[in-house]
Design a binder for this molecule. Structure first.
Ligand code: MN
Length: 262
């Protein structure tokens, strides 16, 4: 058996852009642990979700050594990094963030930060998404220190395949340890702002998420509210396994009613 002495490759991306402070913090945090490659959007891509650019060409720009910007989505960045830039020597771990803001509960569905990590997980690379839970000021210090500790662990003992960790670090406090959590739930709002532009045309702006709905003990919301770092294991399989039998029964009833009508 040959033991590799080379440093592990770590891929870093985000949805706030290749220049953002949260990404810089994450790069500094993991640099002592391996050979870091940054492949990140060339502009703000927050709430891009898992969009992939199939209908237009993409440009990759090397902004400095092993640091690339892409004029695409967070998913595009992970895809191009793993399948093109690093295809001859795939990264051992992918980290996304540190996002400027929370990715709790239903935020996961809309998040570009989580999508970049999820795409890496799709492609077989263990991945972790990091987010700082605040609307500002953004002090990334504690989040960076925790990222370094968690990544050290993930490089030593690889995560199980086809899943990722969604990590939220409370902002504005020194975090009180970490908790393994499940996704909470927002009530997603009805908030639409309607105004008129300078040319007399109406515009609409979708407002912020609704209030917390499922935020009890065990949820990501609950952990960060009490000052703990929240770690939620998530996966890419959206099947509702608990409902398989119920839906089979329901579909059986549907078939019977269609027969009765014919
Ligand atoms: Mn963002």
């Amino acid at each position: 058996m040959t033991v590799s002495t080379s440093r592990p490759r770590i891929l870093v991306s985000n949805d706030d852009g290749y220049f953002s402070e949260g990404l810089q913090t994450l790069v500094e945090a993991v640099s002592p642990l391996g050979e870091v490659w940054v492949v990140a959007p060339d502009r703000e891509q927050s709430a891009a979700s898992h969009a992939i650019s199939l209908h237009r060409p993409l440009r990759i720009k090397e902004v400095r050594e092993r640091w690339f910007s892409v004029d695409g989505t967070p998913t595009d960045c992970s895809y191009l990094a793993v399948n093109h830039l690093l295809k001859d020597n795939r990264p051992q771990l992918m980290v996304s963030g540190i996002n400027h803001g929370a990715n709790l509960a239903d935020d996961i569905m809309y998040s570009g930060t989580v999508a970049a990590a999820m795409e890496a997980a799709f492609l077989g690379i263990p991945a972790i998404a990091f987010s700082l839970v605040t609307r500002g000021p953004f002090d990334f210090g504690p989040a960076g220190r925790f990222a370094r500790a968690l990544v050290t662990e993930a490089l030593t003992r690889p995560l199980p395949p086809r899943m990722l960790l969604n990590v939220n670090i409370p902002g504005g406090v020194e975090p009180d340890g970490y908790v393994i959590t499940r996704q909470g739930r927002h009530s997603y709002g009805s908030n639409v702002v309607e105004k008129e532009d300078p040319r007399g045309r109406t515009w609409w702006w979708i407002g912020a998420a609704g209030p917390e709905m499922d935020a009890g003990p065990g949820t990501d919301f609950h952990a960060v509210r009490f000052g703990h770092i929240s770690i939620t294991p998530i996966h890419v399989d959206l099947t509702r396994y608990q409902a398989l039998e119920q839906v089979a029964g329901w579909v059986g009833g549907l078939a019977a009613s269609m027969e009765a009508k014919s």
